[in-house]
Design a protein around this ligand. Structure first.
Ligand SMILES: [Zn+2]
Ligand SMILES: [Zn+2]
Length: 156
């Protein structure tokens, strides 16, 4: 049964003049999604097929949650997943495998800069302490790796 998940019979759907599916999908179905982001289980997938001439139109909505490391302090945080994909498939072809199209939509919706909270202070570049938890005494961030290099050059 799991094998048939997200694989649909185009002809059968066309005979019924469309169909609607609501599925809870194990994120592992989508395979490796790359990066450090992980999809929480399950992923809610809603698919609506309608018939348009010799084609099936698919409107798909994906809802779920990412477990992602904060882009500033690396603390785990949850980001909402919300993706949509519209696709057309020929009727009369073999089965419709919507998995790859949905996977692409999920990949596109990945959070760019997840934050554990809007005002996350991040990690001190000097002492490495998480500034959300402790205030360190390091000078405020004029410190990029390059300024260190500058000092090194001048010292010579
Ligand atoms: Zn953070
Ligand atoms: Zn510090």
């Amino acid at each position: 049964m799991t094998e048939a998940l997200l694989i649909f019979d185009a002809e059968e759907i066309a005979e019924r003049d469309g169909a609607r599916f609501q599925l809870d999908v194990d994120p592992r179905e989508f395979g490796e999604l790359g990066a450090e982001f992980k999809l929480a289980s399950p992923v809610a997938v809603t698919i609506e097929f309608s018939v348009g001439g010799s084609q099936l139109l698919m409107a798909c909505q994906v809802r779920g949650k990412w477990d992602a490391p904060c882009s500033r302090c690396l603390a785990p945080c949850a980001e909402g997943l919300s993706a949509a994909v519209d696709e057309t498939y020929p009727i009369g072809a073999e089965k419709i495998n919507a998995k790859e199209d949905i996977r692409q939509a999920i990949l596109l919706s990945m959070p760019v800069k997840p934050l554990c909270r809007q005002d996350c202070k991040g990690i001190c570049a000097l002492c490495g302490k998480n500034k959300n938890q402790v205030d360190c005494d390091c000078a405020p961030p004029r410190t990029s790796p390059f300024s260190k290099l500058e000092r090194f050059k001048k010292g010579k």
